[in-house]
Design a protein. Structure first.
Length: 365
């Protein structure tokens, strides 16, 4: 395992992906066995991913733009670093979904347009969160670069303005839609609002603000970390429980749940980061588990539901096997095995190649 990894952030990423996987195992269990599972409190793994992404990528952007030599080439290098990390897996698994879906996949999926501002039918539904991330990677550096060359020369303020603008725009659109576009606050309309790029960038913005505080106000970031962790944890647990719905079919979302809950939930997550990013685990087995889960989390996210669960679920039904607990155990073993193979022989190759690509084609002159 890599010595420079922070196990605390690996734990955060592991909790995020395992929460997503558990959610997508619990829902079909409720449907297939006619059980009410809506009350089960499961952390919102996607929100955790958004905040973590904002924190990590925001830190990279901050360091990049603090360099007075920042140029168009620097932004292109940033994009290449991100795209070599995200696009190969995305298109690999999209190809598999294309085959499983009868050789059909909307063209919008190729360009991350399936949920930019409107929800379109999507045979690969979990990719909605990747669209949020990809548009953030594309637009945020451009926004900071533009602001730092027009409104203010201080990149400190450019980053802050771009981040706050991103946060406020998402909240404003959600509020506007709550009153005007979706006056009926059903779970169907809530889920549409929840999964669009323009309505979910605020969670990433919260992560960037965390990176901002760490980068420019490190003493504040490291002050009373145990207390900020406990406050964040209490709110995180409370809001996770609050998100549960007794009867989704008749749920009517109030103003707070529709508009504010996402933001407060994200804040509770970032409050735990100053403590978590520097914790150590002496148990080697646990350490390896969290590190490995973190490394393969991207493959797990893309593989676990539409592809693997669909294939194994069909086998489960074909053999009329009703022991769901054993199915879950076998499913998790297969998931971890396949994702480790994909990471080692496919994903990691592109991660390693991106530096060579940049040095050869962008820094050679």
């Amino acid at each position: 395992m890599q010595d420079n990894r922070k196990i605390g952030l690996d734990i955060v990423r592991s909790i995020a992906i395992l929460s997503v996987v558990v959610l997508h195992l619990v829902i079909p269990y409720g449907i297939f066995f006619k059980k009410n599972v809506a009350w089960i409190p499961i952390p919102d793994g996607v929100d955790i991913f958004f905040v973590l992404s904002g924190f990590l990528i925001g830190g990279i952007v901050l360091k990049t733009f603090e360099d007075n030599k920042t140029s168009n080439k620097t932004i292109v290098e940033f994009w290449i670093m991100r795209w070599f990390r995200t696009l190969p897996n995305y298109y690999l698994f999209s190809l598999i979904v294309f085959v499983l879906n009868g050789f059909h996949l909307p063209l919008k999926n190729l360009f991350f347009l399936q949920n930019l501002y409107k929800a379109y039918p999507n045979p690969f539904p979990e990719t909605w969160s990747l669209c949020v991330e990809e548009w953030f990677y594309l637009l945020f550096p451009i926004g900071v670069y533009f602001l730092s060359n027009t409104i203010t020369k201080k990149k400190y303020y450019a980053v802050l303005i771009a981040t706050i603008a991103m946060l406020l725009v998402s909240v404003f659109i959600r509020v506007h839609w709550y009153y005007f576009k979706y006056p009926e606050h059903t779970i169907q309309n809530f889920l549409i609002t929840r999964s669009l790029v323009i309505t979910r960038l605020d969670a990433i913005a919260v992560g960037i603000l965390g990176a901002f505080v760490k980068y420019y106000h490190y003493n504040l970031w490291k002050k009373n970390t145990i207390y900020t962790f406990l406050i964040g944890l209490i709110f995180f647990i409370f809001l996770t429980v609050h998100k549960t719905i007794e009867n989704p079919a008749t749920a009517n979302f109030d103003f707070y749940s529709w508009n504010i809950d996402f933001l407060v939930y994200s804040i509770s997550i970032i409050l735990m980061f100053p403590f978590l990013e520097n914790i150590n685990i002496k148990n080697k087995l646990l350490n390896n588990f969290f590190t490995n889960t973190s490394l393969i989390s991207y493959s797990m996210y893309l593989l676990h539901n539409t592809i693997l669960f669909k294939i194994m679920g069909m086998l489960f039904l074909y053999f009329n096997y009703t022991n769901y607990f054993m199915f879950v155990i076998v499913y998790m073993i297969v998931l971890y095995f396949l994702c480790n193979i994909i990471y080692k022989y496919f994903e990691k190759r592109f991660i390693n190649y991106r530096i060579l690509f940049i040095n050869k084609y962008l820094r050679s002159n």
